[in-house]
Design a binder for this molecule. Structure first.
Ligand code: HEC
Ligand code: HEC
Ligand code: HEC
Ligand code: HEC
Ligand code: HEC
Length: 599
């Protein structure tokens, strides 16, 4: 049998070829065909029985392993956290993942030991990542992923209690459990998982609370989900925090911002791991006597958590997403679709990331700007945008480049294979629309996808009534009043996401729109460096209230500003003009359309 991952990359190559040759139908058929090669759960229980018996440290453990009933379905009924369905109803959560993943709680099932058992070689911890990433060892990797212990597990036996580790490799995004961790990042990851296993025990939390996937299914591809089935797919490792948010999001009823799990103090870690109450001044002496807890404190205490969610939330404001999209209790935009329930939709991470990389992949006339891709000018591309031969891709030119002098723009590297979810498909539609994903923005896209996928319209952490109170407060909230000054307008401009569409450079120097050497900001809207010579303050204030009334078809959102905020912003905008004497000042009379009435 082929390893799953190596099949995926072969498949990726051929599917691009096939896509070009024969279109999407054949592509889907190929994907389905590939599903047929997965093993039933009885196979994995048999494998577990054999490996666990061979690795058993003593006769009792060995006997217990040999007694594994390979035909028995293992299931957890999660009482506290029902499954929320797309239509808003809920269903009992039943997770059968452990029917295949039989070794999760067995600290003997480290990668080194599974490798030794299967391949009869001793691989030191530092080389496990490279060993398992080698396509030659794909089947062993599959066994490690399926039967390996869950990250965070430790050896508990009284006389020999010790921490294990976790390691990440090129071919696997989730960590696999090893005898120790090598890098500092992996050490920290393992220690976090140690806290997590303690606070989210499998019998109460099951698996799908954190991983998603379809818990009742006993066939690998149905349980993990694929984009083609309507079953809920598993979350990719890099979006995992979307699941954490279901239970760890706190809504601030005054600022309408969301905060997530706060850093843990050393005393809290001691309480969680050992159940002991210690005061801050007792901590040092306690940790001296408890080295395993001290290791966790070293890597976990006071370190920020849920950084991707936090970053995604900030980007939703700074990239002006909130100007076009509504999220109940958080954003009031009304140009694009509401995103309050976006995370409920099966497979939403794949469609969200596709939308962010290529806003026009679904609707060709979509006004959502290309924030994360760079324009590619390809003279060989036919005007109707049909994908040409890959060789036709020659010049990469951003429209912000001066056509006479394009050389100062650095070519945006095309995202590496495997870094973009469903990369082939995204790359193909982007190419069709003449754009190239900017690999430098991968982290931003991941964070935004995580944040949007975390929007399910429900929060297990707070009661439904407190959610409704919070929403009601948000719905009647009005933007505050600010002093009408240029400085205030500048601060608002910077905080409101205007830079995501507008470039501002030095008006006294000749420069090229969009070049970061000369200024800052995006290019989806006009450059504002000389705005004070283009429009009157009055025009700008009225334009904010309804851009489309001034420029039909404008994609600039109507932002929810108060009168004083609009006045401050326009004061800043009109202050943007060259310092030289005689720079034109526009009066409302020459600016506003004749007979224009205030809105
Ligand atoms: C029929 C057996 C089976 C079932 C049921 C099953 N899995 Fe898996 N799982 C596998 C196999 C096989 C792999 C290794 C696949 C590979 O080689 O990439 C795996 C891999 C994984 C991985 C690692 C993925 C990666 O790319 O590193 C996670 C996480 C996971 N499963 C979670 C779950 C969850 C959660 C459930 C329940 C919703 C579940 N599995 C149900 C067989 C199963
Ligand atoms: C509290 C959330 C949480 C719960 C509950 C949880 N997991 Fe995980 N799981 C994680 C995280 C986070 C990782 C990635 C850790 C890393 O990369 O170091 C992970 C990694 C994994 C992996 C890949 C590592 C490996 O062992 O090869 C598998 C498989 C897996 N989980 C399966 C499960 C199954 C099956 C269940 C249910 C019994 C479960 N998980 C419950 C958070 C959770
Ligand atoms: C289904 C709900 C749920 C999900 C999903 C969930 N958690 Fe938790 N988490 C809890 C609960 C409940 C506690 C216990 C809180 C307590 O005792 O104060 C907890 C505790 C924690 C703690 C320790 C905090 C403390 O002071 O005890 C951390 C850290 C944590 N979770 C991180 C995560 C991460 C990371 C994820 C995602 C991989 C996650 N959680 C997913 C419900 C959840
Ligand atoms: C100028 C207005 C505008 C801005 C700014 C904007 N969007 Fe959109 N967005 C749209 C429109 C219009 C659509 C509908 C596209 C379509 O019809 O497929 C859309 C679609 C989406 C979708 C798909 C929703 C669905 O259910 O199909 C997501 C997700 C999304 N936007 C996220 C974002 C994020 C994240 C940002 C900020 C980086 C953003 N948008 C900025 C207008 C905007
Ligand atoms: C989604 C992209 C987008 C965002 C975000 C955006 N704008 Fe615009 N803006 C445009 C476009 C496109 C135009 C040109 C069409 C028009 O005038 O409505 C424009 C026009 C303007 C103009 C008039 C420029 C001129 O001289 O014609 C001003 C002033 C302006 N925007 C200010 C702002 C401010 C302040 C913000 C932040 C609160 C902002 N914009 C956010 C896209 C955007």
């Amino acid at each position: 049998m082929f390893g799953f991952k190596s099949m995926v990359s072969k498949f990726a190559f051929w599917s691009v070829v096939l896509l070009i040759l024969s279109g999407v139908t054949l592509y889907k058929a190929t994907w389905n065909n590939q599903n047929a090669s997965t093993q039933p759960f009885t196979h994995w229980r048999g494998e577990y029985r054999d490996i666990a018996a061979a690795l058993a440290p003593d006769a009792t453990v060995r006997q217990a392993a040999l007694d594994t009933n390979t035909g028995e379905v293992q299931q957890v009924t999660v009482l506290e956290f029902p499954l929320l369905k797309i239509d808003g109803t809920s269903q009992q959560r039943v997770d059968r993942c452990q029917s295949c993943h039989a070794g999760l709680l067995d600290p003997n099932m480290t990668a080194e030991k599974i490798i030794k058992f299967r391949d009869k070689v001793s691989i030191p911890t530092e080389q496990v990542g490279a060993y398992l990433s080698d396509p030659k060892h794909a089947e062993t990797l599959e066994a490690v992923k399926t039967l390996g212990a869950h990250p965070g597990i430790r050896v508990e036996s009284a006389e020999n209690a010790h921490d294990l580790g976790v390691i990440h490799g090129d071919k696997f995004t989730y960590g696999v459990v090893t005898e120790a961790s090598v890098t500092e990042q992996d050490k920290a990851d393992y220690q976090y998982q140690k806290v997590n296993l303690k606070q989210h025990p499998f019998p109460t939390f099951g698996c799908t609370t954190c991983h998603y996937g379809t818990g009742r299914e006993l066939i690998q591809d149905s349980a993990h989900g694929t984009p083609e089935t309507s079953l809920t797919p598993m979350l990719a490792a890099r979006y995992m925090e979307a699941a954490c948010a279901q239970c760890h999001a706190q809504y601030d009823q005054k600022t309408f911002s969301i905060s997530y799990q706060q850093p843990l103090s050393p005393e809290r870690i001691i309480k969680v791991l050992d159940g002991q109450d210690v005061t801050p001044d007792q901590t040092a002496s306690y940790l001296e006597k408890h080295p395993l807890t001290a290791a966790t404190v070293e890597y976990v205490a006071n370190k920020p958590l849920m950084q991707s969610l936090t970053k995604g939330q900030q980007l939703f404001k700074s990239q002006a997403c909130y100007g076009c999209h509504k999220i109940e209790g958080f954003a009031k935009g009304n140009v694009g679709p509401e995103l309050t329930y976006e995370g409920r939709v099966a497979g939403s991470t794949a469609t969200i990331s596709h939308q962010l990389w290529d806003p026009r992949y679904k609707v060709a006339s979509c006004v959502m700007p290309y924030f994360f891709a760079v324009r590619e000018r390809n003279t060989d591309l036919p005007p109707n945008g049909v994908i040409g031969s890959p060789k036709a891709l020659t010049a990469i030119v951003d429209p912000r480049a001066d056509p006479k002098n394009p050389s100062h723009i650095t070519k945006a590297p095309v995202a590496e294979e495997g870094t973009v979810e469903y990369n082939e498909e995204i790359a193909a539609t982007l190419k069709q629309h003449g754009y190239i994903p900017d690999a430098a923005r991968q982290g931003d896209v991941d964070a935004l996808v995580t944040f949007i996928a975390s929007q399910t319209g429900q929060n297990y952490a707070s009661s439904q009534s407190s959610r409704l109170t919070s929403l009601a407060a948000y719905n009647i909230s009005r933007p505050g009043d600010v002093p009408v000054t240029v400085a205030q307008g500048k601060a608002l401009f910077e905080a409101s996401g205007c830079y995501s569409c507008h470039y501002i450079g030095d008006p006294n120097k000749s420069h090229v729109t969009g070049d970061p050497k000369f200024g800052k900001g995006g290019i989806a809207g006009p450059e504002l460096s000389w705005e004070g010579t283009r429009h009157s303050q009055k025009w700008i204030v009225e334009h904010y209230k309804n851009p489309q009334a001034f420029v039909p078809g404008s994609i600039m959102p109507i932002f929810p500003f108060s009168d004083s905020q609009r006045a401050a912003l326009s004061a800043y905008d009109t202050s943007l003009r060259p310092a030289k004497a005689g720079a034109k000042i526009v009066s409302p009379d020459q600016d506003l359309p004749k007979g224009y009435k205030d809105q």
